[in-house]
Each structure stands twice: as C-alpha cells, then as structure tokens.
Ligand binder design. Structure first.
Ligand SMILES: [Zn+2]
Length: 623
C-alpha cells in the first residue's frame, strides 16, 4: 500500500510539473515580452528567389592598363576570380576575345588553356604575347602552349593539398610566414574534394611553387622582357570555396589564427601584374592607406550583456574608437535565456546608439539550428513571430526571414531614423539562403563566418545561395578573433597582436568579437589591444568599413600615358573617404582634377580624403 501511494505521489508530482511547465512556457502571453502598441514590420518581404547567373559582361569595361581575364569557358568559377581581384584591388576586365585580351600587357587566361577552347590562331597569338614583352598567366595549361610556358606535360593529380612557395624569387619573397610560404588548396584528408590540380613536368626554370610531393605547381618562363606563368590549380574554384563558406576542412584553423591561403594567391597575381604592367595602379585595402582595418564587435546575446555593453562603450569612447553592437532582440523567454530585449534593454541600446556606436542585428532567437530554419514567408511580424528555442537541437516556429526582418524592425523602431545595416547570426549559423535573405530584408553587411574558414583576411562579396554562378549584393566581414576559446582572452593578447601585425603586412582586416557577458579579462584584452595596434590601424564599425568597402568595390581604375605624363582616371560611382591609390614608385604626383579634391601623398600611394565622384590624378613618371 505504502509503495503504491508513493508511486501515486511521484506520478502526481510529475503531472503537476508538466502542467506547470506548459502553463509557464506554453502561451505567448507568458513567454513573449510585449511592448504595448508595437507591431511590425508593416510591409511584407518578398522571399528571395534563386538569382540569375551573373554575366561576365558586367566586368567587360575598362582600358588596356588593367589586367585582362581571358575567359575560355563561361561555365567556370570566374566569379571567384572577379571577386578576388576586386578584394585585392587589381583593376581588371573580362573578355572572351583573344584580340581584346592581348591589348593588355598582363593577361590571365582562365579557367584553362587547351586546343579544345582556343583555336590554333588564338594559341599562336597568345604564344606571341610573352615574346612581345607581355605577361601571360595561364590557369590549368593543359595543351597547345606547353613550350611557351616552359614545361613538358600537365599531369593530372587530384590528391594535392598544399602549395609551397620558393621564397628566393622576387615575386614570392614577401611570403615569409610559414602560413604564407605554404598554403592550403585542399584538405589533406580529402584532397580529391579539392578543385583538381595539375603539376607541370620537367620545368625549364625553377618553379615559383611546388606541391607537397615536390612536383611543380606554378612555373615561370622568362622572355626578353615578357613572362609566362602556369598555375596548376583552379584558383577561381578555390576562391569560391572560401567565399561561399564551403572550405571542407581546407583551413588549418577555425578562428583566431593566420590563414591567408587565398590572400597569398591574390598577392601573387598582384605582384605579377605590378611586374608586367609599368602603369599598374591598384586600390589599397584599408581606409586612409593604413595597414590594418580593425572592427571591434560585440554580440549581445545574454541578459547581463546589455548592461555590460555600456562599460565597453565607455572604454571605446575614451579611446576614441567606434564599435558595432550586434543586439539579439530577445523578447521570447526560452531555453537559451530570459528576455532582455525589454524596456530596460531598449534603454541600454539607446544609450549605446547615442554614444555613436553602430547597432546591428544578432537575430531574434539566437538558435543553434538557425542554418536549418525554413526560409519563411516574409510576413513574420512582432509580436506574433515567436521562435521558441526548446533546446540545443530544436527551435520551433523560427524562419530565416523572420529572424532578419523582425529583429531589424524592432531595433529601427526604437532608434527612429536609424537603419540596421549589419547582421551576425548566433553561433555563426549560416543557412544557404542567408546572403539572398539579407538582401531581401534590406541589410547590407554580414559578419557571419570566420576569416580562417573563409581562407582570407580580406572582406569579400557574397554569392547567392552560397553557390558559384550568381553574386549577391552583400559583403562579408569575416571574424578574425573571438573571445570564448580557452585560454582566457587576456592570455591570448600577445598572439592577437602578433596576428594583427601579420595581417597588417598586406592590409587585411581584423574583426574582433567580444561578448560583453563578462568584463574582467575580456575588457582588459580590449583595453590593451586598442593602443597596441593604434599606430598602424584604422578603426571602424562594420557599417563604416562596409560603406567604404562597397564603394571601393565599384571603382574603376584606368591609366593612360603620354610621354612622361600619367593620367589615372578613377570612376567613382559612390562617394568614398580615404581611398588609397597605390602607384608605381616611378610615379610623381602632380595634381588632382578637380583641384578641390584633397589628397595626401605618401610613398607609392596617394590617399584621397574625399572622392565625391569621378576624378583624375596626374603624375609624372621619372625617367
Ligand atoms: Zn551570439
């Protein structure tokens, strides 16, 4: 009897517990924080549809001073090449016509050279180019011009995973860090998943780079003044792997480390361009010609963080640096945490905004399974949209569009006149639909992946559905350093400064994530880090950097020569401050047109304080 009654009591307790849980969490009234009278957004979002492929003809305009990309197969990963060249700042045109390409001194033939894609006349004309003083860069040189490039055979080898550069050559000498002198092109455990690679047998001169088995990966054949480089890796394919966050374990680390594999390839192409085109003018990668672009970012995804954020804000204000606060609009109480996007949270957010910081979105639910959310209909509104995180694996009623549009609406509602431009998902969860959904909901900048996973320390343009044929009007600012991996962040300060210096050697970006959940050692890190890099770094919010980067991305650079005069024409569709124009050492600055444009002249560089639109820079070339 006693035992039975005990069982009954236990059962009753369980039932009471379950009922209490249902009452507590079940109804929206209990889990949703209601701001009286606030509903929205009022306008629906048209869900993104699969974008049409981007046409190479969008990149077909420009003068012969630019690098020419001779596209031998339209159905290739040329979009990776285009976005990579833009990121590193090399002006280029894409053409399908050999005769047009050969008007340029430096021609990159992509994705392959062979008798299948080029007729005998075209091959003959290309063969002539290095002999006439031009530079030919061939990707996958598979036949027809082997002799010109100075090797016997292209040997297919689908198991290569590394390229090792010969640092004794002039164009590769700068790759002095171990992670530069050796780069990854595929995963060592799954090399076959890489883009395929060719090695070049019996090279006439010492190759620029080898694969890990000692075979030639990049060869160089010299002519009287011209050069022919053969690259055995589909660099467009590799670039897109990084940019589309599909690196498949190519990267040597996930976060916090130096992983410049893509950057090294782009810098190599830039060096070849600078060597082959004596009027080569490129665009700097950091505002105002500084060496490093730093963005301090904070994810507010925890109750205490919203108040702590104000302490970080004070520090940043006292040091005179901007920052971005990614705010989770947490109006739903769930497994993750209590509500903190409430009247008090909004007051804290307003204070951050009033101090001049960028307020960005960190989603509504901060779900660990955001990447598996359905797209949604685009009609999600506050307070009806209630994504409910049940546990680490289950979130109910969340949609990608709901997370983006409702969080944006709420922040903008409480910060009248402000526009939310930037987004970062919780746990860097990255649904394939994210780039298109960000565009559809009115965002402009994303910080949703790590730099290491992207194989680059430069920002880049995203592609629709994280695929290879259609670009999205969205820029990514990948995360360099985070605060949660052990040991404590302050103990990682020397490494972080060292990493910043490495990346600053070629003008990369340094995006820092600090959760304001604790002050202590994370706060100390920030207080120490800022002065340690301030003498060579530019600081901006994701929005500042994004505005600058997206304006720079549209700029055309064309150089004409007449006698010793060099005229650099800059097509500037969108105004930009602090554009750095890198010029050959022989260029001496004469004047800017219009004359009202203020510039500062540095070694090998002219920094344009404000470029409101198209302008010209006059130089004189030293004899
Ligand atoms: Zn977060």
């Amino acid at each position: 009897m006693r035992r039975i009654s005990l069982v009954v009591v236990v059962l009753l307790l369980i039932i009471v517990g379950v009922v209490a849980t249902i009452v507590h969490w079940g109804g929206h009234k209990n889990v949703v924080y209601i701001f009286p009278g606030v509903t929205g957004p009022s306008q629906p979002t048209t869900p993104p549809v699969r974008a049409l492929p981007t046409s190479w003809e969008n990149y077909a305009k420009g003068s012969s001073s630019r690098l020419a990309v001779l596209l031998t197969d339209v159905d290739s990963d040329w979009l990776g090449i285009a976005h990579g060249l833009k990121a590193i700042g090399i002006p280029f045109v894409i053409t399908r016509a050999v005769s047009s390409a050969l008007k340029h001194r430096v021609v990159l033939v992509y994705p392959l050279i062979s008798g299948k894609v080029l007729d005998p006349d075209a091959l003959r004309a290309l063969a002539n180019h290095p002999q006439q003083g031009g530079t030919l860069i061939g990707v996958n040189v598979l036949g027809g011009l082997n002799k010109v490039f100075g090797f016997d055979e292209a040997v297919a080898a689908h198991n290569h995973y590394e390229i090792r550069f010969d640092g004794s050559q002039r164009i590769t000498a700068e790759f002095s860090d171990p992670r530069e002198s050796t780069i990854r092109i595929a995963s060592p455990t799954n090399a076959a998943a890489g883009g395929g690679a060719y090695s070049y047998s019996n090279p006439r001169t010492s190759p620029i780079a080898h694969f890990e088995d000692g075979t030639a990966a990049i060869t160089m054949q010299s002519y009287v003044s011209g050069r022919a480089y053969a690259i055995g890796v589909d660099i467009g394919h590799l670039l897109l792997k990084g940019y589309n966050n599909r690196e498949e374990n190519i990267a040597r680390s996930y976060v916090d480390e130096f992983e410049p594999s893509l950057d090294v390839l782009l810098r190599l192409i830039r060096n070849i361009y600078l060597e082959g085109e004596n009027s080569a003018v490129t665009l700097g990668t950091v505002p105002f010609g500084r060496s490093l672009a730093v963005a301090l970012t904070h994810d507010i995804d925890y109750t205490r963080s919203i108040e702590n954020a104000l302490v970080y804000g004070k520090l940043e204000k006292s040091q005179g640096v901007p920052a971005t606060y990614f705010v989770q609009t947490k109006y739903v109480r769930d497994w993750n945490d209590d509500v903190f996007f409430n009247a008090h949270g909004v007051e804290c957010m307003k204070a951050l905004d009033a101090s001049g910081f960028e307020i960005a979105s960190h989603s509504v639910s901060h779900s660990r399974v955001f990447s598996k959310f359905p797209l949604g209909k685009g009609d999600e509104t506050y307070p009806q949209y209630v994504p409910f995180v049940k546990d680490a694996k289950i979130t109910k009623d969340g949609t990608v569009l709901g997370e983006l549009r409702v969080s944006k609406f709420l922040i903008e509602h409480f910060l009248p006149g402000r526009i939310v431009d930037s987004f970062r998902p919780g746990h860097l969860q990255n649904p394939y639909s994210l780039p298109g959904s960000l565009v559809a909901t009115g965002y402009r900048y994303s910080s949703s992946v790590t730099a290491n996973n992207s194989l680059t320390h430069l920002p880049f343009q995203l592609n629709d559905n994280r695929e290879t044929r259609a670009e999205a009007k969205m820029y990514e600012f990948p995360l360099t350093v985070e605060d949660e991996k052990p040991p404590k962040m302050i103990q990682r300060l020397p490494e972080a400064i060292d990493l910043a210096r490495k990346i600053s050697r070629y003008g990369g970006a340094f995006i820092i994530l600090i959760h304001p959940d604790v002050l202590a050692e994370k706060f100390e890190f920030e207080r120490e880090f800022i002065p340690a890099v301030k003498d060579f770094a530019w600081f901006g919010s994701i929005r500042d950097f994004g505005n600058w980067w997206s304006a720079r991305d549209q700029i055309g650079v064309d150089v004409t020569a007449s006698g010793n005069d060099r005229l650099v024409l800059l097509t500037v569709p969108k105004g930009i401050s602090g554009l750095a124009v890198q010029v050959p050492p022989s260029f001496r600055f004469v004047s800017a047109d219009p004359a009202s444009v203020r510039v500062s002249v540095k070694e090998g560089m002219v920094v344009i304080k404000d470029a409101p639109g198209d302008l010209a820079l006059r130089f004189r070339a030293k004899d």
